[in-house]
Design a protein around this ligand. Structure first.
Ligand code: GLU
Length: 513
């Protein structure tokens, strides 16, 4: 049987890294097995609809390299692939379930439900619909429908027995039916809930493997009851463990941070006497300030690095290898490697992966990525970006670092003369002054301002000064860059700055010594 997997995002306006990981696994499994990868947009929650949110989904998948075989934009035999365009698909199935007694019309008003909910809360119980409308006769239902009364259709969960299913990660999952609520299948606006639409669509689209977040684990028994009631074979379920982080935690309603407390419940204070935010293990979440896929891309992470890191969060290849291209993953991905425990996203590890990927870029590729970042602070007409790129590539962890790394070329930062003092280079204020004084005519005399001739001329002049290399080159670097750490050394910086600017900076430095 051909494997058919689907990625079924709801348009939220951004691509959560956990969702992208789900998409990746779903895609990879289809590719590995020679099956089909389907994109379905789940937009039945119209309140949540975010403008342009669907294009974020397409873009993210495209950037990550996950091409779908069927979907809203590419079509396919099971379309439409947008749930809101399938509106009329669901009601007939809901009616079929009403006929067979697995579902029923519910006309309860909001007020009644709210009251019941409040009542349950007062008693400290979780609210469960009380099957109030289950007992309406066929005629009563018809009369209400004819009168145009608003209704929903609810799943009729058995009051006893168990409901369960088999999951690739979690094994056999089973719950007592009396713990399950009679979920709404068709809402008052005529649209299906996720709980209903996912079952109907997965079946109609011939999905063989459902891979999704484990937040759906507790609802899956209900879905299985629906499959049974409709006489359909359920798909293979793969509920993925969540992507977690260790980070601060904000109350969604009040926006207040959870604070660290000691064993007596008193706030823990830092050295300045300020209360300390608690660091907790929690699910990764955009609303808590964790980055989305788009956030990482705009901070200058490479999509290949993100994909590689994400795939390993929750899946282990056989062996120790860590670096995989998407193409290679398509060959080796398997369900057996999926983790049974939650995985933790680490910003540090992500950065490390990115740095490794950046190092592997060709100089041309590097420059293509780096140029927009360099242009934020440097005029490309004035600086040799190609040379700069060579100097920067091995030092770049994320591209967003670049403006800060090269800003000194555009404008020398204010710096203290203390920077000239360097034990290792045997540089003191006095030796620095002597070195820069000796350097000035040497640099002035260079006609061809190439890196090579700057190097050769300065190196040839050093012996006559009676100083060591470091005693000349260290102050030269400080004088023209204003900082201790630079991409490249004194020669490279002098070359990049050009003769005029180098001399200007040298004069200014001498005047201050
Ligand atoms: N639309 C659901 C979500 O974005 C997808 C769940 C599923 O894959 O079934 O969370």
């Amino acid at each position: 049987m051909e494997v058919r997997t689907r990625f079924a995002p709801s348009p939220t306006g951004y691509m959560h890294l956990g969702n992208l990981r789900t998409a990746l696994y779903t895609y990879l499994y289809a590719r590995r097995t020679g099956g089909k990868f389907i994109l379905r947009i789940e937009d039945t929650d119209q309140k949540r609809e975010v403008k342009d949110a669907v294009s974020v989904i397409y873009n993210s998948l495209k950037i990550a390299g996950l091409s779908h075989d069927e979907g809203p934009d590419v079509g396919g035999p099971c379309g439409p692939y947008v749930q809101s365009e399938r509106k009329d698909t669901y009601l007939p199935y809901a009616k079929q379930l009403v006929e067979s007694g697995h579902a029923y019309y519910c006309f309860c008003t909001k007020e009644r439900l709210e009251e019941a909910r409040a009542e349950a809360e007062k008693k400290g119980e979780t609210f469960k619909y009380d099957k109030h409308c289950l007992h309406l006769s066929k005629e009563e239902v018809q009369a209400k429908l004819d009168a145009g009364e608003p209704y929903v259709i609810r799943q009729n969960i058995p009051t006893e027995g168990k409901a369960g299913f088999d999951d690739v990660i979690y094994g056999h999952v089973e719950v007592d039916c009396d713990t399950l609520d009679d979920n709404v299948l068709i809402k008052a606006d005529g649209l299906p809930t996720y709980n209903f639409a996912n079952v109907i669509d997965d079946h109609l689209m011939g999905i063989t493997h459902v891979m999704r977040g484990n937040e759906y684990l507790s609802s899956a028994p209900k879905y299985n009851l629906l499959y049974e009631a409709l006489g359909w074979t359920p798909p293979t379920y793969v509920h993925l463990t969540p992507v977690m982080v260790e980070g601060t935690s904000k109350n969604k309603k009040t926006g207040e941070y959870l604070m660290e407390t000691d064993e007596n419940g008193n706030p823990v204070l830092d050295e300045n006497g300020n209360p300390v935010k608690a660091i907790v293990k929690r699910k990764m979440s955009k609303s808590q300030g964790d980055p989305s896929f788009e956030d990482l891309l705009s901070e200058g992470y490479l999509s290949e690095a993100i994909v590689n890191y994400l795939v390993l969060l929750g899946w282990s290849p056989r062996g120790e290898r860590e670096f995989y291209s998407l193409k290679e993953l398509e060959e080796v991905f398997d369900l057996e490697g999926l983790s049974k425990s939650p995985s933790f996203f680490s910003g540090e590890k992500m950065r490390w992966f990115n740095a490794e990927y950046i190092r592997k870029l060709s100089p041309e590729q590097y420059l293509t990525h780096a140029t927009p970042w360099l242009e934020k602070v440097l005029d490309p007409a004035k600086f040799d970006f190609k040379r700069l790129g060579e100097l920067l590539q091995n030092r770049t962890e994320v591209f967003s670092q670049l403006p800060d790394m090269v800003r000194f070329l555009a404008e020398i930062p204010e710096f203290s003369n203390d920077l000239y003092v360097n034990k290792k280079q045997k540089s003191t204020l006095e030796s620095a002054k002597a070195a820069l004084t000796a350097l000035k005519p040497v640099l002035e005399g260079i006609g061809d301002w190439s890196e090579e001739s700057i190097h050769d001329t300065v190196m040839a002049a050093i012996p006559a000064t009676g100083m060591k290399n470091g005693q000349v080159l260290w102050p030269m670097r400080i004088a023209i860059s204003g900082q201790m750490s630079t991409p490249g050394g004194a020669f490279e910086i002098a070359y990049l700055l050009g003769k005029d600017e180098t001399m200007k900076r040298l004069d200014a430095a001498l005047a201050r010594l």
